[in-house]
Design a protein around this ligand. Structure first.
Ligand code: NI
Length: 192
């Protein structure tokens, strides 16, 4: 399976609404399996259908504890990053709750090898259908809220590079030098 890279037109298109009457179609089931397999093959905290060339409003989100092993306790706390079991969102709707914003580094499997600081809402309200057709509504905060904002952006043809603080854009290789530094220091060095 190939994860499409920036420059693929489908990543810039508003993905199509999934007809709720077709949730049980084998085609949708297959898409969900491919998304799941994709995140096993190429570990990440989320994958949206357009990233594998399917322009539908479907995304998979996860943040398993093993992803946290290389992150310091202090940084996990700063990011408000907690384990998230994998789940599928179909036709999600998202809105910020409150005015609080957070700025952290994020990357994307479709902009492979880079990351940048992105300001996001700290808390969001999200509504979605699961593959069984059940409706859900939840309030999420911290890193989970960031993942949701990033993945739902994909369904609207938006990439983090559209929202990043441009001077913080860097290779993941160079980011390794900054990952444990206080963000204030990183921002001062890069002038953002
Ligand atoms: Ni992405």
């Amino acid at each position: 399976m190939t994860i499409l890279q920036v420059g693929a037109a489908v990543l810039r298109r508003r993905a199509d609404h999934v007809d709720p009457d077709k949730l049980t179609s084998p085609k949708l089931g297959e898409l969900i399996e491919v998304l799941r397999a994709g995140l096993v093959e190429t570990p990440g905290v989320g994958l949206a259908a357009p990233q594998i060339g399917v322009s539908l409003r479907v995304a998979l989100i996860q943040d398993p504890p093993q992803f946290h092993a290389r992150v310091s306790e202090d940084r996990l706390a700063e990011l408000e990053r907690t384990a998230v079991e994998p789940y599928i969102l179909i036709n999600p709707e998202i809105e910020p709750v409150g005015d609080e914003r957070r700025t952290f580094f994020e990357g994307c499997l479709s902009v492979d090898g880079y990351c940048a600081l992105v300001e996001r809402a700290k808390t969001v309200r999200v509504r979605w259908l699961d593959p069984s057709g059940d409706y859900h509504e939840a309030l999420q905060s911290g890193w989970h809220a960031r993942i949701l904002q990033h993945e739902i952006d994909h369904l609207n043809g938006i990439l983090y590079v559209d929202r990043m603080l441009p001077r913080s854009f860097m290779t993941t290789l160079n980011y390794a030098d900054w990952v444990d530094e206080p963000l204030d220091k990183v921002r001062a060095v890069f002038g953002v």
